[in-house]
Design a protein around this ligand. Structure first.
Ligand SMILES: [Zn+2]
Length: 174
């Protein structure tokens, strides 16, 4: 989790519920990006409640008998659809699948190619692993504006842009 920057709260944003946590509000209200990372063109992003709820619901189906770390994920595609995934563990451990990549695979299998937002739900507000960040980058319409919501079952913890989560991701130069 990155350090939170300044901010005065969320009360002046009509797009954010007054119950939104302060940490979320500070992200909305600060225009400064992290060093070297262009900030989103808008600093008020509507909370994507449907996407977040989809990730929370998907987490219920997580198959995580080895780690007991259930994860639900949801991606919104550029045509507005939402696809979900949960982590799918395996006795071999290394064959386990992350929720984010399951969700992305579901979207691709349905004909989608680009995503514009992501939500990830865990018990402790964990962020996507490095492999998932790179995989999401592959399909992001614009990493600078692709919002990644990090949530718990009953709380929005934080949001990032995908560019913030993987600032120097691999891109095949054609
Ligand atoms: Zn992952």
């Amino acid at each position: 989790m990155i350090p939170l920057r300044g901010g005065t709260g969320v009360n002046d944003s009509p797009l954010v519920p007054s119950s939104a946590p302060r940490s979320l509000g500070s992200r909305f209200l600060t225009g400064a990006g992290r060093a070297g990372i262009p900030k989103m063109p808008v600093n008020r992003t509507p909370v994507d409640q449907a996407l977040i709820q989809a990730a929370r619901s998907a987490r219920i189906y997580a198959y995580a008998p080895y780690s007991n770390y259930a994860v639900g994920a949801a991606v919104r595609t550029d045509d507005g659809r939402i696809f979900t995934g949960c982590n799918v563990e395996n006795a071999s451990y290394s064959l386990s699948l992350c929720a984010e990549r399951v969700a992305l695979g579901s979207a691709i299998a349905a004909g989608a190619r680009k995503i514009i937002a992501v939500a990830v739900c865990t018990a402790d507000g964990g962020t996507p692993c490095g492999a998932c960040r790179q995989t999401l980058l592959e399909c992001a319409l614009n990493p600078e504006t692709c919002v990644v919501w990090v949530v718990k079952p009953d709380e929005i913890v934080q949001w990032y842009t995908l560019a913030e989560l993987i600032p120097h991701g691999f891109r095949l130069q054609k």
